[in-house]
Design a protein around this ligand. Structure first.
Ligand SMILES: [Zn+2]
Length: 471
């Protein structure tokens, strides 16, 4: 028996042929897609418990966000924006997120999930870069919210097993001098001995490896090159192999951090961290030779265009990566840097940005840009076989976008419309693992109303910012 039949949609399958059914339907049974095709055929063949008439809307794979951060969402708009990466990281994000208690992390996670669901996201990879491994209270508070949200999450468990070198520490102290009133955490706050952090992450992976919902997983996530030992990188990769997941790290986001005789990509290759289980966030400051290494080792990249623009770290060589066959997904990174967690609001800017930068209008066509938030993002997180497209046998993760808006009219090519015209708020209904998590903009996930959650988030955010003391 079919549980849900979506009819009369413009079904953008993202299958290998990039098939679009102009009057299409999708049948869902349990958590899987069981049929995709013309509405006429599916309505004749499938009797469904619940039929949803999409009425000309776009039916797309649930969006996959391969690189994001959650807790700092409460710091949105609360700090002066003329900050580069290290100024923002050491004066704003670290002091701000470290001042949060588990309830505040849970509230941040709830706000995050509401925005993500309303934006059509069904899978996101959180990079938790500020983890104190004394207990799991903050982590569990967030993972509990994600489970209730109804969508999928990957928790990237941050690993830091060495302090930064003295020159870098001095640089950070000079940067922190800008905000003398802020209670800056000591620079070695997150450093944990290698065996201890590997054990903690392995235990967390074990605990969440087979959750009842099947929608959660944990990846080992060495934070950055300069605070990770060779052994930690290797053990992170081995953990990913042991649990059949991926591992992720921030790499070459800004030049100031990584100036060595060998590039960070060469270094990671040499220590055994590159390969099909590695997803590298950013890769802004890398060379053509580095890109060849990524391609040769089948290492994927999470490109975070808007965050790179906002922090002025530069243009990642995405055009070169795509030419070389590197799998690239588009992430939103920190919700206070792209200023949203909404992939459809970033994707058009990303595609146009690379064209303008290279003065080449042929770069990153709309179809490729859309791939980067669906099938390519799924491939980048190692889930190509189950997520990222609407195909028989895949997980029933689907977003329905209402195209009946002035700014989306006319829409001769729905892929172009979604990449260059949609803002993201036009998502009406979201299905994840065959369950409806939002129907006609009504969220099904949380007990409190969206209005109540937004009010609580605003109040908590002002209190947090006042406590932290930055501006
Ligand atoms: Zn990041």
């Amino acid at each position: 028996m079919t549980d849900i039949l979506l009819t009369n949609g413009r079904v953008i399958t993202q299958d290998a042929d990039r098939t679009v059914y102009e009057n299409g339907a999708v049948a869902i049974e349990g958590d899987r897609i069981t049929a995709v095709g013309p509405t006429e055929e599916l309505t004749a063949d499938y009797d469904a418990e619940q039929r949803i008439d999409v009425n000309g809307g776009a039916v797309v794979p649930g969006l996959v966000n391969p690189h994001t951060h959650v807790s700092d969402i409460l710091l949105r708009g609360s700090f002066s924006e003329d900050r580069g990466l290290l100024d923002w990281l050491y004066n704003v994000k670290r002091p701000g997120t470290l001042a949060m208690d588990p309830d505040e992390h849970a509230l941040a996670a709830t706000l995050y999930c509401i925005e993500a669901i309303q934006s059509g996201v069904t899978t996101f990879v959180e990079n938790d870069t500020e983890v104190i491994w004394d207990d799991w209270a903050d982590i569990e508070a967030k993972l509990d919210v994600y489970d209730r949200s109804g969508i999928r999450n990957v928790y990237g468990a941050g690993m830091v097993d060495r302090g930064a070198d003295p020159t870098f520490q001095e640089l950070v102290r000079d940067i922190q001098a800008r905000d003398a009133d802020v209670d800056h955490p000591p620079l070695d706050t997150f450093v944990v001995e290698t065996d201890a952090v590997v054990d903690e992450v392995a235990s967390l992976m074990e605990a969440y490896h087979e959750t009842a919902s099947g929608r959660q997983s944990v990846w080992p996530a060495p934070v950055v090159v300069e605070t990770t030992t060779n052994r930690c990188f290797r053990e992170a990769y081995e953990l990913a192999e042991a649990y059949d997941v991926m591992t992720t790290a921030h790499v070459a986001e800004a030049e100031a951090q990584e100036q060595r005789a060998i590039s960070s990509i060469e270094y990671l290759r040499n220590v055994g961290y590159l390969g099909e289980r590695a997803l590298l966030g950013h890769c802004v400051q890398i060379s053509e030779s580095d890109v060849r290494i990524l391609a040769a080792t089948d290492t994927a990249v999470a490109h975070n265009f808007m965050a790179n623009m906002r922090l002025a770290t530069g243009f990642a060589p995405v055009a070169t990566m795509l030419d070389a066959g590197v799998t690239v997904g588009l992430g939103t990174d920190n919700s206070i840097l792209s200023d949203t967690v909404n992939p459809l609001s970033d994707v058009g800017a990303m595609a146009s940005g690379h064209r303008g930068y290279h003065r080449d209008p042929g770069l990153v066509p709309a179809q490729k840009a859309f791939d980067m938030i669906t099938i390519d993002a799924a491939a980048a997180i190692g889930r190509r076989d189950s997520l990222g497209s609407i195909e028989v046998g895949k997980q029933a993760d689907i977003a329905i976008v209402d195209l009946d808006h002035p700014h989306l009219t006319p829409s001769p090519d729905p892929v172009f419309t979604l990449v260059h015209n949609a803002q993201g708020f036009e998502v009406e209904t979201v299905v994840c693992a065959g369950a409806i998590v939002m129907r006609d903009r009504e969220l099904q996930s949380f007990d409190d109303s969206v209005d109540e959650i937004l009010t609580a988030a605003s109040e908590t955010a002002s209190d947090l910012v006042a406590r932290t003391g930055f501006d």
